[in-house]
Unconditional design. Structure first.
Ligand code: AVJ
Length: 333
């Protein structure tokens, strides 16, 4: 069946996001700023501007994960896709981003599987539209069903009856934005939505020298700082906020106990900020927690697979051992 351009329609096909998404953004921001330890979940970074800034982060010399994972996928695409042996298959892409890495895997699958399809899932309507348009020009006969959703909600998209075997991609160490218990819960939920024979490819950024980690999350060009601060600009734009962007600064630090890189926005002065009619006070130096990016040891990956009930069938690394893509399979029950 020829794919129609209608498959490119996304919830919120205007520059703004879907209405339900705005309500959740508002709830997370009011709830997060009302807590004694202020925090806003990192998924809200990705509006159109935030997705663009993240694309620029991925081009930075200092931000190694994208480049390295790209190398890993480029050299192992055939091995990674070999277990999906010719029947109908759907590639589900959690946090699809711009799809540069995904296309490396779609190319061999699309050539070999009888019917292959692509289901990108992303919180950003703009990113989804772009990745869908890009994939449909690269693979004109590939059916594409974009879903605008958070990761957890996106898993519901896995319940489609006719998708064939699934290859779920959770690349880029996106899993690192979840604290370990959350990550395990997420993988378990994913596992229960999958069927025997389905596969999952998960990217894990490994623990490494601190200067390398620090440079990746606080680059000299200030792109990561702009990415973090855009969260406040987005609140101003979408939630009628009055954050003074000059009055906050980007802070990134390593927490050895998790271990993880974490990001905050720190208030440079004592101030009061209004969001959607609500008022929040900041002391000098008070911080809003905005992101956790967990860093893994190889044994953490074993533990994740075992706890979530996957069988590992391959582990792919770069030469320096900085990043791992783990290929897991759902066994017969
Ligand atoms: C897209 C979540 C994997 O945590 O490394 C990059 C986002 N934040 N620089 C990461 C990010 C700051 C990135 N992930």
């Amino acid at each position: 069946m020829a794919p129609s351009p209608a498959t490119l329609a996304v919830a919120g096909d205007s520059p703004s996001e879907a209405p339900g998404i705005r309500a959740r953004f508002l709830r997370d921001v009011l709830g997060g700023l009302g807590r004694p330890r202020k925090a806003i979940p990192s998924l809200w970074f990705y509006d159109a501007r935030g997705s663009e800034l993240f694309r620029r982060i991925m081009e930075l010399e200092a931000y190694y994960p994208t480049r390295i994972e790209h190398e890993i996928l480029a050299s192992h695409a055939a091995e990674i896709t070999a277990p999906l042996d010719g029947g109908p298959c759907t590639v589900v892409d959690l946090g699809a981003g711009d799809g540069t890495k995904t296309r490396l895997l779609l190319a061999p699958l699309h050539g070999r599987c009888i019917r292959s399809a692509y289901a990108p899932i992303d919180i950003s309507a703009t990113a989804l539209r772009d990745v869908s348009a890009r994939m449909s020009s690269l693979f004109p006969r590939l059916p594409i069903t974009p879903v605008q959703a958070e990761y957890f909600d996106g898993l519901r998209a896995l319940h489609r009856p006719d998708a064939g075997t699934l290859l779920v991609l959770f690349l880029g160490s996106n899993i690192g934005n979840l604290e370990a218990p959350e990550a395990i819960g997420f993988l378990r939920t994913m596992r229960s939505a999958l069927r025997p024979g389905d596969h999952v490819l998960v990217g894990f950024d490994l623990l490494k020298d601190l200067p390398v980690l620090r440079a990746a999350y606080d680059d000299d060009a200030g792109v990561t700082a702009a990415f973090n601060l855009n969260l406040l600009a987005r609140i101003n734009r979408e939630l009628d906020g009055d954050f003074d962007l000059e009055a906050f600064e980007h802070v990134a630090a390593f927490d050895p106990t998790r271990p993880a890189m974490e990001s905050w926005l720190r208030s440079r002065r004592r101030q009061r900020v209004r969001v959607a009619g609500h008022s929040f006070r900041f002391e000098v130096g008070e911080r809003i927690h905005t992101e956790i990016s967990c860093k893994y040891r190889e044994r953490d990956i074993d533990a994740f697979a075992a706890t979530a009930g996957f069988e590992e069938i391959g582990r792919f690394r770069d030469r320096r051992g900085w990043f791992v893509d783990a290929l897991w399979r759902v066994g017969e029950r």
